[in-house]
Design a protein around this ligand. Sequence first.
Ligand SMILES: Cc1cc2nc3c(=O)[nH]c(=O)nc-3n(C[C@H](O)[C@H](O)[C@H](O)COP(=O)(O)OP(=O)(O)OC[C@H]3O[C@@H](n4cnc5c(N)ncnc54)[C@H](O)[C@@H]3O)c2cc1C
Length: 389
Amino acid sequence: MAHHVLVIGGGYAGLLAAKRVARQVRLDEVRVTLVNDHENFVERVRLHQMATGQKLSTRTLAGSVRGSGVRVVVGEVVALDRRAGQVILRTEERSRVIGYDTLVYALGSGADTETVPGVADHAYSLADVEHARAFASKALGELAVSGRRVCVVGGGLTGIETAAELAEFYPDLRVCLVSGEVLGPGLSKGGRAHVRRVMSSLDVEVMEYAKVKEVTADGLVLVDGTCVEAGAVIWNAGFSVPTLARESGLEVDGDGRALVDDTQRSVSDANVYVIGDAARVLGSDGRELRMACATGIPMAVIAADAIAARLTGRTLRNHRFQYIAQIVSLGRGDGLCQFVRPDDTPRRVFFTGRPAARMKELLVRLATLRSLYLTGPFPVRRRHLVRMP
Ligand SMILES: Cc1cc2nc3c(=O)[nH]c(=O)nc-3n(C[C@H](O)[C@H](O)[C@H](O)COP(=O)(O)OP(=O)(O)OC[C@H]3O[C@@H](n4cnc5c(N)ncnc54)[C@H](O)[C@@H]3O)c2cc1C
């Protein structure tokens, strides 16, 4: 019987891992299946663009794996039975069980709607297509008529990108960016100053050190009791991972992210690899690596190569992984390319404006291309993606 590699989650990490395993093994000896709850590949890093009503191109997963030997199954994974080596899917017609010999768990993350009361009931998130579309189709129209403001909560890169995009596309919209700490905490002083300048030129009201205690139907309540009126709230202040890993008994951290070794293999199950946002990896300084394509894509490469090496008996090449830059779009015409040290802390060097916006667009396209097509072992990645020792 052929060894069955089952990849659950067809985002940036899962799609790349599935194709990269398939291209390194003999397909008569190894079957590779990719399961995802939608038929399309979602460019998650563009969801703030979708939320402003911009049309994004779509690609089906089936089309993306054509010719690679990977089989796509569309269905939602509702349970993982590690003892039996099976996942249980809910598909449109029925429940279905798929067995595996090796599992790659790549279910990504969603908005954290639990920590702060009211988020689940009163806020939009940009963590999935449904919320991004719902905001674009419902809230934008209502806000235009009512003249009420939209509060974007979260002063990290996603919140910054969302606020700038909204303000640029809808100059009459009142946009407020609410950050629980300093705006852009991972940026250098100069980088932050640029972000503030752009926000000011776009008339985005910025509230820093404003921690939200509750989201209500009328806006936000801050920890100091201040009420911030809003017609709509977009919650970008935290992401959480699916509970499936924890429920299946995999060893996870306090946030439910799976603990893995340096080949992305679960520390509690040798048949399971976890990649992307769902995995917790620490940098050399002991800090968690951020949830990002910049982290998930190298994880997929590392896991796929480890699985292929195991199945073929080849020696596993050593991967190294380091960050180079954080790139933020500030609308379509401006941006910030913040160079960082290998451990992701900001250097003083950055560049801005149209070149940074172009660089961002290039990297977003590259991330998608990387997952969809560039599944081969490219020398550049060996050199640049340096895993922390
Ligand atoms: C608005 C926004 C902007 C961002 N911008 C950037 C950026 O500029 N740079 C950057 O590096 N990162 C950015 N990120 C973060 C980045 O998108 C994530 O870190 C990345 O998508 C993680 O990849 P992944 O493969 O782990 O998860 P995902 O890409 O989320 O893929 C997970 C897949 O699993 C599927 N899935 C989930 N649950 C189930 C289930 N139960 N059954 C079946 N399928 C399931 C999902 O539908 C999805 O297809 C951004 C995120 C957002 C929301």
